[in-house]
Design a protein around this ligand. Structure first.
Ligand code: AVJ
Length: 328
């Protein structure tokens, strides 16, 4: 098999465990309590997320895939054929295949993901499917600075691919910051500003009923995905969260235009971890995720604040989801 890839490990100041412990202790000490959505994606969480993507209520993945199936060719005309595609939060790289099917023979692919095992497995599968394409996975938390391979500059273009509306997990201020750092990373890696592109998937503001159904599926997969955060903390930090005593909520905050996902304590209880105790009143919550929704104009403005200029936007017939292309 052609499945030969070398994963570039993430250089870090703190070990993964120490970082998780620090973030979890800090988040549980805040009021209201909060845990970062980036910690959903352990092995089980990544596979639960893959299951969410095929739920009937969860329209974003299906809709974005339809857009990619229809328009990936037009997207590549904008991006350029001789390109290094750098994907932030690549997961299973399902939508990416639709893009990689269209790029030229000189293209290469750099998937970046926080979940090392998932990334290595996906990279193997991709190098079987695209045996001549250089594929260099990078294990990194893209919210922190990380290095791109030096040969990126040899391509005519570098294009960041940021699908799935992952950008929605950030508040608008954080999103501007992330997109600005991404633009700088592209300019540094390519040695030339005009070579840098951004292809990004953004979920659109819509009817509350449709949105809330997407995050409260009937099968309870999203609830399990949410609660898996506690399973992970129990396992990796030796905590004693009682999984039967926490429930799942997801509501659309229309004013802030975001889904707010929380774990809610179903009783008065005390949870222990790392030698500390955390008391939960009945109904007290831990926020685990924001998923911001945008209008096309609103998102274009946000990206322009981060120094990007819009070139083209694609949407589905019902305007549920959008894929936008920007240049630095
Ligand atoms: C991967 C962040 C885009 O916000 O819709 C799915 C994650 N959370 N169901 C989203 C998620 C609950 C998803 N993103």
């Amino acid at each position: 098999s052609a499945g030969q890839t070398t994963t570039i490990p993430e250089p870090r100041s703190l070990s993964d465990d120490a970082q998780l412990r620090e973030d979890v202790l800090a988040g549980l000490s805040e009021m209201p309590r909060v845990l970062s959505s980036k910690y959903f994606y352990d092995k089980r969480g990544s596979s639960l997320f893959d299951s969410i993507c095929s739920l009937p209520e969860y329209y974003p993945t299906r809709t974005e895939t339809e857009i990619m199936e229809r328009d990936a060719g037009a997207m590549v005309s904008q991006i350029g054929e001789d390109v290094c595609i750098v994907e932030y939060g690549s997961g299973s790289s399902v939508k990416t295949r639709l893009l990689l099917d269209q790029v030229g023979p000189r293209a290469s692919y750099v998937p970046v993901d926080i979940s090392g095992k998932h990334l290595a497995q996906t990279a193997e599968e991709l190098s079987d499917r695209y045996p001549r394409m250089p594929i260099t996975p990078v294990v990194a938390d893209f919210t922190q600075p990380f290095e791109l391979p030096g040969w990126v500059a040899e391509h005519e273009n570098v294009c960041f691919y940021f699908p799935g509306s992952t950008i929605g997990n950030f508040t608008p201020d954080e999103a501007v910051d992330l997109l600005r750092r991404m633009r700088c990373q592209g300019q540094t890696a390519s040695n030339e500003p005009s070579k840098t592109g951004l292809l990004i998937g953004v979920d659109l503001h819509k009817d509350t009923g449709v949105l809330e159904a997407a995050y409260n599926d009937r099968e309870g997969v999203t609830a399990e995905f949410n609660k898996n955060m506690l399973v992970r903390i129990n396992r990796e930090l030796g905590a004693d969260f009682d999984l039967d005593q926490f429930g799942h909520t997801a509501i659309y905050n229309e004013a802030a235009r975001r889904i707010e996902m929380r774990l809610v304590s179903l009783t008065h209880q005390t949870v222990h971890l790392c030698g500390r105790s955390f008391e939960f009143g009945c109904g007290q919550t831990i926020r685990t995720e924001y998923s911001h929704k945008y209008t096309l104009d609103g998102f274009t403005q946000l990206a322009e604040t981060a120094g990007w200029s819009v070139r083209q936007a694609w949407t589905d017939p019902q305007s549920r989801f959008s894929v936008l292309f920007f240049r630095a």
